[in-house]
Design a protein. Structure first.
Length: 206
C-alpha cells in the first residue's frame, strides 16, 4: 500500500474512491484492460474487493470513471485556452492531453465498449462517461467556433466537424505513441505542427 493510501482515513469516501481509481489506472498502464479486475484493483488500493464494489458495479464502471476524469480535465483546458492562439495553436495546446488520454485508455476502449455493449451493461458510470464524451465534443466545437471568430474566420457548417477534428487528434496521438512518423525521420513536434495546421485548413471556409 502506498503512503497516500495509508493516509486515507476511515470514512473518507472521496479519498477511498481516489485510491481505487489510482490503483485501476496503474493496472491499466501495466497490464491493459485484460488485467483490470476488481480483485487486482482492491489489492492495489489496499482495500477489500467488497469495498471496491461499494463504489463501482464492476470494472467497466471503473474504466468509465477514469475516462470521465480525463475528459473533465480536457474540458477545463478547452474552456481556458487562449482563443487568440488560432485554431492550430489551440489544437497544439490540447494535443498533449489527447495523447495522454489515448496512451492510457485508447487500446482498452474498444474492449470496454464491446464488453458494455455486448453485455448490455449500463451502469451509472458507463452512462456518465458517454455523457461526458458528448460534452467534450460540444466543448471542442464551442472552442473552435470562438477561436475562429476571434481570428476573423468562419468554420464550415457541418455537425461532423468536431467529431472529425477529435478523430484527427486521436490519429496524431496514435502516431506519436507508435512513433510511426519517426521511422521517416519526422520529428514529433513537426508532425503536430503540420497536422494541426492541416486540420485548420480543413475546417475553415475559404
Amino acid at each position: 500500500m502506498s503512503t497516500e493510501q495509508q493516509a486515507t482515513a476511515w470514512g473518507d469516501a472521496e479519498g477511498r474512491r481516489r485510491d481505487i481509481l489510482a490503483s485501476a489506472e496503474l493496472i491499466l498502464e501495466q497490464a491493459g484492460y485484460a488485467g483490470l479486475t476488481m480483485r487486482a484493483i482492491a489489492v492495489g488500493a489496499g482495500v477489500s474487493s467488497g469495498t471496491v464494489y461499494q463504489y463501482f458495479d464492476g470494472k467497466e464502471d471503473v474504466f468509465a470513471a477514469l475516462m470521465t476524469r480525463r475528459l473533465d480535465d480536457l474540458q477545463r483546458t478547452l474552456a481556458d485556452v487562449d482563443r487568440g492562439l488560432g485554431i492550430a495553436g489551440v489544437l497544439r495546446e490540447i494535443e498533449p492531453q489527447v495523447t495522454e488520454l489515448w496512451r492510457r485508455f485508447g487500446r482498452s476502449a474498444a474492449q470496454w465498449e464491446a464488453k458494455v455493449l455486448a453485455g448490455g451493461r449500463r451502469g451509472k458510470d458507463a452512462a456518465g462517461s458517454a455523457k461526458v464524451y458528448r460534452k467534450t465534443i460540444n466543448a471542442l466545437a464551442r472552442t473552435l467556433t470562438e477561436t475562429a471568430q476571434a481570428c476573423g474566420q468562419t468554420l464550415i457548417d457541418d455537425p461532423a466537424l468536431p467529431h472529425w477534428v477529435w478523430d484527427s487528434l486521436i490519429g496524431v496521438a496514435d502516431d506519436l505513441l507508435l512513433q510511426g512518423s519517426r521511422t521517416n525521420r519526422v520529428r514529433p513536434a513537426h508532425l503536430i505542427e503540420f497536422a494541426t495546421a492541416a486540420i485548420e485548413r480543413g475546417i475553415v471556409q475559404s
